[in-house]
Design a protein around this ligand. Structure first.
Ligand SMILES: CC(C)=CCC/C(C)=C/CC/C(C)=C/CC/C(C)=C/COP(=O)(O)OP(=O)(O)O
Ligand SMILES: O=P(O)(O)OC[C@@H](O)CO
Ligand SMILES: [Mg+2]
Length: 241
């Protein structure tokens, strides 16, 4: 039997086309988890991400325990803050917000997280997190007090992603922001992918199968979708195995 760590490492890899369903602990009630996860299980989703920009103490842990009752998919923390760390998940995206210049989100929270992480068996996945403007202010922008990269300055986006790789990050996440009006454009995805030798995650504002497929076609290895499921669970019908 493969353990959860192996499964995660092998499943988020640079030749895969994976889909993570993002569950925001603020928006999912414990009572609704069983039904929701049953829909996830019958879909093409390969991962469950759990996280939000602002989540109360203990909420994430209770949610992860409930999710784990109903699925074998890897559950990965996607935390906006240290209090979202729980050893009940399989892994954690150890995000550094490399599009911004706020030291707290570049390295501060990470130092704070170490004593907690040492008490867990979480698979820690270093991830360069790049926020790209989408036409409106995002929660990440507000919480981190940073500005996103301009979407027409593609060279700067490419160089930022490459700098993350050269620093040793194992994943790069191009983020338009939760509920973005404009997802990350295929041209940006493909130019970043061409320069990278590591796995590329793309998320923010993807609401249709066509947008999902064009992100894969452009080079995304893992796409993250949250808001589209929050707004209409019938979206799962389009994403059956
Ligand atoms: C190192 C640790 C443990 C924490 C810090 C990690 C960093 C640097 C995070 C970057 C900044 C940040 C606030 C990321 C949040 C990512 C996330 C889960 C976004 C989803 O946002 P929602 O909470 O869904 O936003 P809405 O509520 O607006 O939909
Ligand atoms: O909620 P959506 O817009 O799908 O975005 C997913 C994720 O990239 C947000 O951090
Ligand atoms: Mg959201």
């Amino acid at each position: 039997m493969k353990n959860a760590t192996q499964v995660i490492l092998e499943s988020i890899k640079s030749d895969a086309k994976s889909l993570a369903v993002l569950i925001d602990p603020d928006k999912m009630s414990i009572e609704h988890v069983e039904g929701f996860i049953n829909m996830v299980n019958t879909s093409i989703a390969t991962h469950i991400f759990v996280g939000g920009s602002e989540v109360g103490e203990g909420v994430t842990e209770a949610l992860v325990i409930e999710i784990k009752k109903y699925t074998k998919l890897p559950v990965i923390l996607f935390p906006g803050d240290v209090i979202q760390i729980t050893d009940k998940a399989d892994g954690i995206l150890f995000l550094s917000l490399i599009s911004g210049r706020n030291p707290e989100y570049l390295i501060g929270k990470h130092v704070e997280a170490v004593s907690k992480l040492k008490q867990t068996n979480l698979k820690v996945m270093p991830c360069g997190y790049i926020l790209i403007e989408n036409g409106k202010e995002t929660s990440v922008e507000r919480v981190s007090q940073t500005k996103p990269l301009k979407r027409n300055d593609i060279q700067n986006i490419v160089d930022t992603a490459k700098a993350g790789e050269l620093l040793g990050m194992k994943l790069i996440y191009l983020e338009a922001g939760s509920g973005a009006t404009h997802p990350v454009e295929p041209e940006i995805i493909s130019k970043v992918k061409r320069e990278l030798n590591i796995t590329l995650i793309v998320g923010g504002g993807i609401r249709s199968k066509t947008e999902l497929e064009s992100a894969y076609k452009a080079g995304a290895n893992l796409v993250v979708i949250g808001t589209a499921f929050e707004e209409d669970e019938a979206f799962f019908d389009n994403l059956q195995k």
